[in-house]
Design a protein around this ligand. Sequence first.
Ligand code: XCC
Ligand code: SF4
Length: 643
Amino acid sequence: MMKDLPDVKDLSLDTGVQELLVKARNEGIATAFDRAVKMSQCGFGSAGVCCKQCLEGPCRIAPNGKGPRAGVCGANVDTIVARNFLNTVTQGTASHAEHAREVAHAILEAVEGKAPYTIQDTGKLKALAQGLGITVEGKGINQLAKEVAHKALEDFQKQQGPLHWLKLKGQTKEVENWEKLGLLPVNAHLEVAKSMARQVMGGDADPANLLLGAITMSLVDGFAGLHMSTDLQDVLLGTPKAVKAQYRLGVIKEEMVNISVHGHIPLLAEKVVEWAGKLKEEARKVGAEGINVVGVCCSGNEILMRKGVNVATNYASQELPIVTGALEAMVVDIQCIMPGLQTVASCYHTEIITTLPYAKISGASHVEFSAERADEAAREIVMRAVANFKKRDPRKIAIPNEVTEAYAGFSVEQIVEALKAVNPDDPLKPLVDAIAGGQILGAVAIVGCTNPRKKQDYDNLTLAMELIKNNVLVVATGCSAHSLGKFGLLSPEGLKYCGEELRSVLTAIGQANGLPALPPALHMGSCVDNSRVADLLTALADYLGVGIKDLPAAGSCPETHHPKAIAIGTYFIANGVDVHVGVNPQVSGSELVVNVLTANKEDFPVTTDGLFGGKLIYEEDPVKAAALIIERIKQKRKALGLN
Ligand code: XCC
Ligand code: SF4
């Protein structure tokens, strides 16, 4: 049976992952990579033409033109595909909105003395309060934080007017356009509920209207999900500054109690790091040298950005830290947690610990985490890991030894700080000048995931290499940032892959800051931190007096898998940014939907490009994708009068 499986070299670029895949196979353990090979993909689902919105179905419209052209209720293929697309965007949005709401609630608990966190960035808090129209003078920090948290929570309950968080960001040009089109969201819960209501059998049947619904949903994702999460996390936990850390499975240490944190909401991950520090002595009592916390996925990104914690691995290979045989616990919260983790863990001493009442895995341990119980829960989690150290089977331990150095922590504040060393009075000027002068051709955010169906890290890395070679500035978030980190693009070492002009700009900025150079790709954080990318684009657009849609910028998720990535991508399209995806977005069954999203037909009356200035680019080959992105960047430069 093992003979049918592909060579591990074709599954991941990461040699540590390859080693552990071989180990897992030898031990008879299936991982996501091997499950992906065995799972065939349904042709109907792949084209987005399968409808399950009621029990008259499932109904499916064959993409080859044969068979019925409408479901039992009469819904045609355009309606079905558009509705499925809206469903995907809604799933992603609900995830991010819940994330933001949890953080807003935690702030409230913290300032009321019920949860053990203290406000870390008072400057950002004041700026937020001001932006939200709260009077700042004469108020203490806790009072201000309370009012900001209330404003945030109003974005989940108010019945009129656009989201507060949407007004907070300025963006007058974009907001005006969204308002004109009647797309402004009112509150996150209302919009998610409305979206579910319009998707259900007998709801909205107009494909164009459903796609506009997806735009509104994506604005919820962007403002009440991404922006709100990042803004409030920075207030509560601190705004990231440049940090240096290590990537790859080699960050797991044989002599230590190893705990990996995996998931998304940093409230938990931060506390685990804190308690791992406090309980070092307990680890010594069981014969370990200390406690080593390592990151996986976006929880990993959050504690990397704020605390410089090392990162073990990204999404597709999340089961493999367990296969080292040296992981005492993997603690998870929500999103991107493979249920398969527990199956793999049951072959080792690793304890999978779930923490949220609405995200459990059967067979795993559960330690309930909430902001109020943060200390107790984190202490218990760390103590469980310590107790597991003695249960290791020494014959099963094999830790790949490579690590790669990387820099992260590039919040917009940190980027501006770095630019101030070049021009203290007008920090954006050096960047804008480099873009105008063509030393920087444009900017691309490489975001999103890895996907067990694609050779891990390969597309993320190849696309980034192509772009920097052509003097395109790259910023990165999410699991794709891990891909770039593992292969040196988050370190000045990676400058050798840059075009000469980009290299000289990054070197000059780096040297003004006492560094050899800035890395060729700037790590801006987790997936919710795509808000930072939007903030940076907004700042550049404001500086130039243009709309975001006019900037020579794009987004790309070459190896995505998650509905959240589709929600984020739609949000950037709504902002006028082209978004490339390297994985089938499952809309090909409807020509109409494809035409609207990709603007691939010259005279098609309604496209996202026409309405907002951004479109979807679907291309699986990363080299071709880079060429398409660059071509569009050049068009946008030309329209700005640049060459
Ligand atoms: Fe999940 Fe955020 Fe994707 Fe990674 S990048 S696989 S969504 S952890 Ni967000
Ligand atoms: Fe079929 Fe219509 Fe029901 Fe969908 S909503 S399953 S197309 S009958």
